[in-house]
Structure formats: C-alpha cells, structure tokens
Design a binder for this molecule. Structure first.
Ligand SMILES: Cc1cc2nc3c(=O)[nH]c(=O)nc-3n(C[C@H](O)[C@H](O)[C@H](O)COP(=O)(O)O)c2cc1C
Length: 701
C-alpha cells in the first residue's frame, strides 16, 4: 500500500493513479530491449553508464549488492544479455521407443536402445497433466486448481488421468506423441485384453488437414541434398553467372558454396536461434508431424496456379539485370492490415498464432540466416513453419551476398510455392556479429550489392513477392533510407517495404523518428508517380503501443500500416485495439486466458511429451518476460499508455493482476505451472535480459 503518497512522479513515469502506487515511487528499471533483440553495448557504441536509476539502488533488494556499490566488472556482468543461458532438454526417466509409443512395431526389436515395455514406461512416467479451463481460476491465491491431484485416475494406470484433454488430440483427432503424451488420458481406449490402446477421432482428423496441421516442412531428403550441394539451383546459377565480373564469367564455373558456414555458425550462436531449442525441429528419433506439405488452406489454394514452377521458369529466362516488377508477382494488398513484426525467439509459431487470434493479419517468421538455410540446417528450416491460421505469412532471411541470398530464395520458392505469401530481406538487424559479417543493417551502406541481391531474389522467388525491412540508416545523423527506399521499390522491384524508424546505432531508449518515416514514404511515392508505377505497401515501425498511437502515426506519416513488435510482446491484444479503434482495459483473468491459449498453442507446436511440455514452459516464460511490463490501463490517470515510460512500483486491482505485473522470473515459472503443472526440479528459466534475471526487487505490493 502507498504509505508516503502523494508524491510527484518524475517525468517519463507511467501515470499510475495514486491508490495503486506502492511504498516507493522510483520507477522500475528500464527493460533492456536492445539486449532482448540481441544488441550489445558495443553495437551502439555506448556503454551502459547511461543506465537509468533503478531499483538496484534501493534498499531491500533481497540482500543483493546495490548498483552503486558494484565494481565496473560486476556492472558489466549484470548488464545486457544472459549470454551463458542454456536450456536443457527434459526427458522421461525411462525412454520409450517412438514407434512403440505410437502403437507400431519397431523393426529394430531387441537392438533398439529405447524401451519397448509400455507397462513399465507408464509405471515410471510422470503423471498426466491437464490444462485447466479459465473458469477454474480466481483472482486470489492459489488462483487455480492443484494440478498435482488427478481428477479421474485410471484404475490400473494411476498416473493416467482419464478426465484430461490432450490439446493435440483435441485439434487433430490424433496425438503424434502416443503413449509419451503427458495428456495421455485424453486419447486412450481399452484394448480387448484390458490393455491401453491409442484412440483416434476420424472426423476430427479429416477436418484437421485444413485447420490444424502446420505447413512448410522441407523434408529430410531435401535437407540432405542441400547439405551435399546436390540441390538443383538453375535460376541462381544463371543469375550469379550473369552478375559475375567479366573476367570470372567464362573462366570458372559458378559454385554456390554453402559450406562457408563460419559466418552462419557464429551468428547463429550469437543469436541463439530459437529453433535450436525447438523439439519440434528435432530429428528422426521423434515423431514426424502429421502430413503437412500437401496441406493447403482454402484461400491459398486459389493462388497455387499463379505460383507454379512456370513462374520460376519464366524468371530464369529473363534478362538478368532487369528487375522483375512487383506487378508481375502476386500483389501484396496490405492496406489497412495489421502486421506482427518478426521477432527472434519470441516471435515463434505459438506466439504468432495467438496474435492472429487477436487480430494480426500479417505475420513473419523469425530471422533465418541464408547460409544456414543452404546448409540444410534443421533449426533454420523450422523457422519457415506456418500455422494454417496465419493468413498472410512470410519468412525473413538475412545474408551478406547474392551468393547466399539468391539460392535461398530459390529453394524457398521451389519448396513452398503455396506456403509463403512473401519473403522478407532483413536490412535492419543491428547485432554486431550480423552487421560485421555485412548482413542485416550493413546492407544499408552497400547500395550496389543490395540492388543485386533484391533483383536476384525477386527472380528466384518467381511469383512470391520479396519485401525488404530497413532501419533509417546505420549511424545517427546519417539517415539514408529516403535515398534507398525509392530505388528498392522503383529500380529493383521489391514488392513492399517496412521501415523501423531508428538507426542501427540508436537504442530503444530514444524514440523512433516518425517524421523521417513520413519523409521516406513521400520520397517513394514521388518516384512511383514520376515513373507511373503502382504504389507498393510501406509499413512503418517503432514504439506503437495503443490504438490511438497507431492511427495517429498512420495518418501523420502516410504509411499503409504499422509493423508492431514490442507493443505486441507486451500486450498481444494490441491488434484487437487497433482494429476496433479502442483502448482495451483487459482484466487479469482475460489476460490469463490468453496465457492459457499460448500454453495450448505451445503444446501443439513443441509437443505434449515431457520435452515438449518444458519447451512450451520455456517459451511461455520468454513471453511473460515481456507481458509483465503491461500496466493495466484502468490504473492510469491518463491515456494512451506509452511504451517508453517507466512504471513505478504498483499493485493491481486484485492479486492476480499484481502477480502478472511481477518482474521476478520465478513468478513467470509459477504462472507457467498453473497450466503446465509443476516444473521439474532440474528445470530453471533464465531470462534473456539481465534486468529481469535480477528478480523482483521492485516489491510489487
Ligand atoms: C526481442 C526482439 C527480437 C527481434 N527480432 C527481430 C528479427 O528477428 N528480425 C527483424 O527484422 N527485427 C527484429 N526485431 C526488431 C522488431 O521487428 C522491430 O523492428 C523493432 O522492435 C521496432 O518496433 P517496436 O518499437 O514496435 O518494438 C526484434 C525486436 C525485439 C525486441
């Protein structure tokens, strides 16, 4: 409770009503979004000496050393990312063979290194879980039901809860995790000998082909062909020959060399590509997700014909240096649509699915690295996965030269002619290792190369449109997007552009430059008009945090829409607000219901076995590491809320709301346990940015 209020809040503080403020008014530490995106202090050329006043300077921080009393080395160790964090894969103690787990016979027989004894496995297996319905929750501790007690244990298999519902079975009519599923009681039947068998729901299975199966699987054979450089790349080979300097053109054969993976390797490590911990991307031993490649969504089907190999063949015959016009491709009709920005780690498929449910029209996968795609990396190809609910979906690729990016585009187009609505070229990534390799935002300062990349990728993609995501420039005071963007659209033929209104050097603490975004839109439109070209969609990005903000920025700058990133991470319902042009005072229970949705989507994607449950838990905690930053708008003196304001310590309108505002990573684990059952004793969550790892010294009331 507020003991010393009223006190004047410092400028830049979230205007929380006095009755919700707790004993002190110092704002919470500014969350480090640069670290969350993967940007280090060296990227920005600034030290964290400009760290805002934070609660580590306050007494009562759990016995930890105060910020002021730390040595420089200790401060350095505290700031930025938790680089050493690792997430261990949780497994069952007794490992059951995947074939047997699915009711099949294992050809390896006694040679198989996994158990074939279902009864022994079920006896040793941790007990079933269930995702409680939202009606079982209240606003007061303990908030939800005790998941350690099974509702209706099976008479002979006491670990199996016959009252549970398996989220995968509920959607797909079958569960690919079979006996290994932690929601097994949701899909068992009694065998003739009193044994357990696996149930199937044929009606659901038929429906699921259109609504539930994820799309865009490259397949093991293609990965192998990529790895061994046997994947045919006629369009790229021709294009790279055509753009090669005259002395090289005829002398040596063009080799698309994806074996030079040192760049990709270290970048991938630095980025901690989310899929590396994604059990859905794990190989052969685990179940192959149900039929996917030939699943087509209704509306996608209509475009299939337009995107057949013929378009590719035509592209190959084109004159090499003449860009393919966006008018020759599937047009992107993006006006008035909402766009969830690509987000490494946190913009995974379950999160995108949640945002789609809440109104996001366009979604884009996490950034993947072109050399890793070409090396057939399983993790990279898992980033291409799409849920059928994603109506307009693209994948994002980063790379430093046509030799990587054009072939990657060719493989994408060949493998997923109906599974991708666009491919996005990353020209904005600020991360040191990406930038220093000449990828991401480094391309902003390499116009000639950028042109060759865009023209080549457009050709290789055939009917699939290429879009480009930019920052305003590399260095502060040296914006150059206004010069590049008209060329990207009019000269090189990209089909859409998105512009994050910051330079590479600029940190999130300074606001995006929306006036400059407006100047860039104007420059593009002038050039298009002068050359009688149809306008391509331009989306702006930066700091959008409310419906009011969205529409003011759209109207003020002339963009066709806004690509939302952190706003969606903190409040995924921002898409509903934008569409309905209202600010939503969402209740804590409504928010909890969205967390429940995320848990179910996560189990569907990452898996419902022990490994999948804990991968879901990990990504749920990653999501909560942003969502706790939401200050309920019913607590505010004035609207709209702003993303760059810092929250003073506050309490919610009830205990659940207070819990959801906790910055303590242990509380995020606690929330995950409400839906996923107790975290294993060996499991821990370390957030990406250290300000969170420090725990909730703010004392949320
Ligand atoms: C955690 C995080 C991950 C991001 N990952 C990517 C990415 O993979 N690709 C990309 O182009 N931008 C990425 N970005 C940048 C965002 O897409 C967006 O351009 C930027 O955050 C500005 O928008 P905002 O102010 O709405 O957050 C990331 C940003 C954050 C905070």
């Amino acid at each position: 409770m507020s003991e010393s209020a009223p006190r004047k809040l410092p400028p830049g503080t979230v205007p929380i009503k006095e009755e919700f403020l707790v004993f002190r008014t110092a704002p919470a530490p500014q969350p480090n979004d640069d670290a969350a995106e993967g940007v280090t202090a060296t990227t920005t050329g600034r030290d964290a000496g400009d760290r805002p006043v934070d609660s580590r300077d306050q007494p009562g921080n759990g016995g930890k050393k105060s910020w002021k009393s730390m040595s420089k080395a200790e401060k350095n160790a505290q700031k930025g990312q938790n680089k050493g964090r690792r997430f261990k894969k949780e497994r069952d103690e007794l490992e059951l063979c995947w074939k047997v787990a699915n009711g099949a016979v294992c050809d390896l027989g006694t040679e198989c290194r996994f158990s074939h004894d279902i009864d022994a496995y079920l006896a040793a297996k941790p007990q079933d879980l269930r995702v409680p319905s939202i009606d079982e929750f209240t606003d007061k501790p303990p908030f939800g039901p005790d998941l350690s007690t099974l509702v209706k244990p099976h008479p002979r298999y006491p670990n199996v809860d016959t009252a549970t519902v398996c989220p995968i079975f509920a959607e797909a009519g079958e569960c690919r995790y079979g006996y290994k599923c932690r929601f097994l009681g949701g899909h068992i039947a009694e065998g003739s000998e009193g044994n357990l068998t696996l149930a199937q729901d044929e009606t659901k299975k038929a429906q699921a082909a259109l609504t539930a199966h994820e799309m865009n699987f490259i397949g093991a054979e293609n990965q192998k062909r990529l790895r061994s450089k046997r994947y045919p790349l006629p369009i790229s080979t021709q294009y790279l020959r055509d753009i090669a300097p005259p002395e090289e053109k005829n002398s040596k054969p063009i080799v698309i060399d994806a074996s030079r993976l040192d760049e990709a390797d270290y970048v991938a490590k630095a980025l901690e590509v989310s899929a590396s911990a994604d059990p859905a991307a794990t190989p052969t031993a685990e179940p192959t997700p149900t039929a996917t490649e030939d699943v087509k969504m209704d509306d996608v089907e209509t475009t299939v014909e337009k995107r057949t190999g013929d378009a590719n063949a035509d592209a190959a015959k084109d004159t090499p240096d003449v860009p393919m016009r966006s008018s020759e491709k599937n047009r992107l009709d993006w006006k008035g649509k909402t766009y969830l920005a690509p987000l490494t780690t946190v913009g995974n498929l379950p999160f995108r699915r949640l945002c789609v449910k809440l109104g996001a029209d366009i979604t884009c996968g996490e950034m993947g690295l072109a050399p890793s795609f070409l090396a057939g990396s399983r993790e990279e190809w898992s980033l291409v996965r799409r849920h059928p609910s994603e109506r307009t979906f693209g994948v994002q690729v980063a790379g430093n030269k046509p030799q990587f990016l054009v072939p990657t585009a060719e493989v994408l187009a060949k493998e997923f002619p109906s599974g991708l609505d666009f491919v996005d070229l990353n020209c904005g990534c600020p991360i040191d290792l990406v930038f220093k390799a000449g990828s991401g935002s480094a391309l902003l300062d390499a116009a000639g190369k950028l042109g060759r990349i865009i023209v080549g990728m457009q050709k290789a993609l055939g009917a699939i449109p290429l879009t480009v995501k930019l920052r305003t420039g590399v260095k502060d005071g040296k914006n150059n997007a206004h010069k590049l963007m008209p060329r990207i659209a009019a000269e090189w033929g990209a089909s859409a552009m998105t512009l994050h209104g910051r330079t590479r050097q600029q940190r999130y603490t300074r606001l995006a430059d929306w006036e400059y975004i407006g100047e860039c839109v104007k420059a593009v439109r002038e050039r298009e008009e002068a050359e009688d070209l149809a306008p391509v969609p331009i989306f702006g990005g930066g700091d959008c945090f409310s419906a009011q903000d969205y529409w003011e920025k759209v109207e003020g700058s002339g963009v066709d829409g806004i690509m939302i990133a952190r706003g969606a991470l903190i409040k995924p319902w921002i898409f509903t607000e934008v569409k309905e042009r209202r600010e939503w005072d969402i209740s804590a229970r409504e928010r909890l219901d969205l967390i429940r949705d995320y848990a179910e989507f996560g189990l569907n994607h990452f898996g419902s076995d022990t490994t999948g449950v804990n991968a879901t838990r990990r990504y749920l905690c990653e999501a909560l590491s942003f969502q706790y930053r939401y200050v309920p708008i019913g607590l505010l003196e004035t609207l709209p809320p702003k993303i760059n304001e810092r929250a003073p310590a506050f309490r919610g309108r009830n205990e659940l709301e207070t819990l959801m505002a906790s910055g303590d990573s242990q509380d995020w684990v606690k929330i995950s346990e409400m839906f996923l059952g107790p975290a294993p004793p060996t499991w821990s969550f370390m957030p990406k940015h250290k300000s969170n790892a420090y725990g909730s010294e703010e004392g949320q009331g």
